[in-house]
Design a protein around this ligand. Sequence first.
Ligand SMILES: [Zn+2]
Length: 98
Amino acid sequence: MIHKEYILQDWSKCVLFKHATPKYSFHIWTAMLDRLSTCDRMLKWNPAIDPVCVLCKEEVETKNHMFFSCAYTSQVWQKLMRGLLCVRYTEVGEILLS
Ligand SMILES: [Zn+2]
């Protein structure tokens, strides 16, 4: 069978819309499907790699670690999002990608 039917994700319209920037849409889409080349996934392809996060060197690099629990990226994320969202800022970002 060549043609495969895919389930339309309910979040797809939030990622792919008329004026979306393709490279950001692709990155978010990939993250939502847990297909980013994070160290925990690359470890399956090559057991010889070091899976520890290169930014904080504290935990295995996973999608959720990279975006929400890494000490280094948390500081960058907080500074960026507090400036953009002001009072609507939340640190419960894991809900967004689960
Ligand atoms: Zn880290």
